[in-house]
Each structure stands twice: as C-alpha cells, then as structure tokens.
Write a protein that binds this ligand. Structure first.
Ligand code: CP
Length: 336
C-alpha cells in the first residue's frame, strides 16, 4: 500500500506501477464494501472536480459524478459547448484556470490523433491531478474496473487465466481503440494469458503492442494474436467481444491527412465481418465456465447476442459496469 498519490495524474495505467495499482484495488474493494454497508466515505469533503466531456457517456460520467457526491465533494459536468473551449481556448489555459479553482480535472476526448495529446497538455500545466475519462489511445478507468471484476470472479491470483479480447462487428459508431489497448497493456501485468483476435484490417496500434509485450515479459503474462475469432475463443476463461474502428490500420498523420478516404475504407472493411459475433456457437468453444465481459454500451445482436449478454451464468457485464463507480472513487480519493 502506498500513501503518496496525492496530485498524481491518471492518464494511463502504464504510468502507475504495480504497487500503486494494488493500492487502487485495495481502496476500491474497501469503498465497495462501505457502499454496500452504507457507511459514509467523505474523503473529499468540500472538494471540486471539473469534468469536460467532448463525447457522450453513461458509465464514465455517472460513476465520476456519483462518486464525487459519495466522497463528499462535487463534480461539475461540463461539455465543450458550455465552455470557451468551443471558441478555441487552449487546453493549457483551461487547465491552469480550473486547477486554481478546484481539486481535479477529468476529461474525455477521443478524437483520433488529438485526444491523448490534449490531456497531456492539460497535465503539463495543471496544478491538480488530470484524469483521463478516455482518449484515442487509453481508457484507464475502464481498465481498472475490468481488472477488479476479474479479481472478484477469479480471485487475486490471475496467473495463467486465459482472457480473449476479440474484435466484433458493430454498426453504431466507429469505436476508439482505447478499451482493447488498455486491456492489452494491463492484463498481462497480472499474469494473464491474453489473446487478441481481430480481422487483419482492424489491428491495434503497433507501439501499444510493443509496450504490451514488454509488460508481459516483465510480469509473467503472455500475449498472442489471431485473425480467427473461433480460434480466439477456444478454451478462454473470459471473452470480451468488442468492436473497434480501423484506426490502427493507419499512421496518425496518414489518417488525419486523409480522414474521409480512411473512413470510407474503414466502412468497406467493416461490412466484410458481420459474422464476428459472440453467440451460443462461439461460447461453446470457450471454457465450460466462461464469463462474458464488455465495457458497454454493447451493440446487441451485432457484437453479442441477447441470449449470451443476458445469461446470468455467463455475463458479468453489470458487475463490470458497477465497478466503474468503485474504481473511480478510489482514484479520486487517492489523488485529489
Ligand atoms: N464503458 C464506458 O466508458 O461507457 P460510457 O461511454 O457510457 O462512459
């Protein structure tokens, strides 16, 4: 347990060492127990968090806002259109000003090639912790909730656990790479044997894969890749079928310079893989006690069938969603 996390930014789990992350999980489990017992946890009395959302959110927004209330503080729910950001005010100036008025700043900015840079610029100038609520590369709060849920269902020793993160078809929107990339970086640090399954046109970013391989080597986990969803599911203890856009197919500058053409090509590639769904047939390929996880929102009938998502013997997606609250509170209580 470490006790010196006040002021630490939370932009990616990779910036936090194992001891620090274990402190977060201990705190989250304690907060979850106290929430169940209705014990007060006003560790952030009279403190203010500013949340700036450039995109929609259900779980992230409400876990942070409810979390701040339960910790005795208050969260401002801001969107770009309510702020001078919409007239081009620099992230640097926004960060300096808000950090003088409150105790933490959290933001979601998933624009490809922009979001992570935006958050890092705020972190360079803020006098208070900056928290990523998801960007184009990472979704660290989701990663924490995922790992906490795995601990709850499989115990704290996850060495040798077989987890498969599989690309799946969706037609709602082109989802960021941030969730699978965060899982790729984090799970092997806990000894997990991770399989990433995806069509060849939907790779993750190579620099993240390189870093994840280093994490796995250092921690005893492993990573393998396949372009076959069935093969990915074979023997898995946990399956995570989730769509992501084809951004990893392009360099950032290549994408930004040819955005319309890349989007058109991504849509054409997407249409080829409607059969990439988590259904009864594929679940049967996995371990007999397999669990389904998903960051949500799920594209029902495309990423995963209702039959699997609503099966209480298989699906732990709502535990995973609830754990967004407890892990969010842990990070805020420790850093703000
Ligand atoms: N999983 C997740 O981040 O959900 P929201 O987009 O609803 O916040």
């Amino acid at each position: 347990m470490v006790s010196n996390l006040k002021g630490k930014h939370f932009l990616t789990c990779d910036d936090w060492d194992k001891q620090e992350l274990d402190t977060v999980f201990e705190t989250a489990f304690d907060l979850k127990k106290k929430f169940a017992l209705e014990e007060p946890t006003r560790y952030l009395r009279d403190k203010t968090l500013f949340m700036i959302f450039f995109e929609q959110s259900t779980r992230t927004r409400n876990s942070m806002e409810a979390g701040m209330t339960q910790l005795g503080g208050h969260a401002h729910d801001l969107t770009a259109d309510k702020m001078q950001l919409s007239h081009g005010e620099a992230p640097k100036d926004t960060a300096i000003i808000l950090s003088r008025m409150g105790h933490g700043i959290a933001s979601r900015n998933c624009f490809y090639g922009i979001g992570n840079e935006y958050l890092n610029e705020m972190a360079a100038y803020s006098g208070k912790p900056i928290m990523s609520l998801q960007d184009d590369i990472y979704h660290p709060f989701q990663g924490l909730a995922d790992q906490m849920t795995i601990f709850e269902h499989f115990g704290r020793n996850t060495k040798g656990l077989k987890v498969t993160v599989s690309w799946a078809y969706a037609d709602t929107h082109s989802k960021p790479l941030s969730v699978p990339q965060t899982q790729l970086l984090l799970f092997p640090r806990y000894g997990i044997d991770l399989t990433i399954a995806h069509p060849k046109e939907f790779p993750l970013s190579q620099n993240i894969i390189d870093q994840a391989e280093k994490n796995a080597q250092a921690s005893g986990g492993s990573i393998r890749f396949t372009n076959d969803m069935d093969e990915g599911f074979e023997g898995a203890h946990i399956v995570i079928p989730k769509n992501w856009g084809g951004f990893g197919h392009y360099g950032v500058q290549e994408y930004l310079d040819n955005e319309e053409a890349c989007k058109k090509e991504m849509a054409e590639n997407l249409a080829k893989y409607k059969s990439w769904i988590c259904d009864e047939k594929r679940i049967k390929l996995a371990d007999k006690n397999v669990k389904l996880m998903h960051a949500l929102p799920a594209d029902r009938g495309n990423e995963v069938t209702d039959e699997i998502l609503d099966n209480p013997d298989i699906s732990i997606v709502f535990d995973e969603a609830e754990n967004r609250l407890h892990t969010a509170k842990a990070i805020m209580a420790l850093t703000m």
